[in-house]
Write a protein that binds this ligand. Structure first.
Ligand SMILES: [Zn+2]
Length: 71
């Protein structure tokens, strides 16, 4: 650890940001999964698997993920 850059430290460089909720998980990379260059936190992952596939929210989520994957 270097403290010489203390004043310019931006956690975004080290911690992944969720592509869906834009949250930075406390556990960092261990708090979610990486999909290509994107990252999805555990919370969103859980949300996806427990979501009603008929719901609008689910379809919105699916398009977000498709965008991430570049479909
Ligand atoms: Zn998330």
């Amino acid at each position: 650890m270097q403290d010489r850059n203390k004043h310019t430290v931006k956690p975004n460089n080290l911690l992944p940001r969720c592509a869906i909720c834009e949250d930075v998980p406390v556990k960092g990379i261990a708090g979610g999964m990486k999909i290509r260059r994107a990252f999805i936190c555990n919370q969103c992952e859980q949300k996806i698997v427990t979501m009603d596939v008929e719901s609008q929210e689910y379809h919105a989520m699916v398009s977000t993920i498709k965008n991430i994957l570049g479909f």
